[in-house]
Design a protein around this ligand. Sequence first.
Ligand code: ATP
Ligand code: MG
Length: 359
Amino acid sequence: MAAARTLRIGLIPGDGIGREVIPAGRRILESLPASLNLKFSFVDLEAGYETFQKTGTALPDKTVDILKNECDGALFGAVSSPSTKVAGYSSPIVALRKKLDLYANVRPVKTTAGNSNGKPIDLVIVRENTEDLYVKEERTIDTPNGKVAEAIKRISEHASFRISKIAGEIALSRQNIRDAAGTSTRNQPMVTITHKSNVLSQTDGLFRETARRALAAEKFSSVFVEEQIVDSMVYKLFRQPEFYDVIVAPNLYGDILSDGAAALVGSLGLVPSANVGDGFAIGEPCHGSAPDIEGKGISNPIATIRSVALMLEFLGEMNAAAKIYAAVDGNLDAAQFLTPDMGGKATTQQVLEDVLKRL
Ligand code: ATP
Ligand code: MG
């Protein structure tokens, strides 16, 4: 047997229930079947609001250095944001995305037969994470008729190309995982390009054109590529979510679509995400620090467990990812151990144990 691959994973629990769910993520990695020939080493790292209160910075340099120089990937829990603006505090995950050039935000939205009202949903939104209106170049001008505020919407060929390429790769990888699990409900992977180029012919026009070009590459020949104007995308996403596979979008549309899509599955406690760059991925549950349930031992670990799988996908470990997804689906379908957000009575620990048993 070939030597086991060892992956070094940074653990950043952050604040609130981040500290309850990240240990569950670690247990999942430690408990993967030996047949996968994968080993993990872990390093505990600090970031978040409590870190800010203790040290004056929400993202210590040490955390960034260790992630950059030692780690293959990371898990990020949640950070609480103060309700009023605190001088000097800014979100560490936003800073991390910049510092590590994690240019894609990937958010799968999935229901299983057991937790959907209609047809199962299984889609992923791939959001560009570095430009568009989020370059935050705004200005306000005083005019005789009052103030006028403007913002720059910047779309580059470079960023549009790499986000579309990663969307194509995700589509292929999802098809492989479906095929391996024998659960393929689609004949071919699909990518939907979202834009508003009928109005913004230059910015969104460039996004659309570049996405088309990226996805026309030979390696994506099995991928069906379609496009949707963003408003009609919202309509279809809510009317017919089961139709979609991979949706790629510029930053702002991606932001809105991701939160909207998360609402389709019920609990925030189910939805994972990954922040992805070239050769690095951080898995991160979509929920926040949930101060209302902190310390009660009832936070749903599924979003984190799915984030672990997502991180592994981007580190090239498809088989490990597929095993975790299957274990989670098993837990949800059996509906025996569910946390209160899902209408159950189980604790974080019981859900974790049930998923581990299915692994
Ligand atoms: P933050 O400011 O950190 O985002 P928040 O108060 O907005 O905190 P969220 O974490 O965004 O809280 O959660 C919103 C709601 O969803 C809360 O009622 C929370 O209890 C619930 N929730 C979020 N994550 C989970 C989870 N993993 N398990 C159970 N319930 C959750
Ligand atoms: Mg929140």
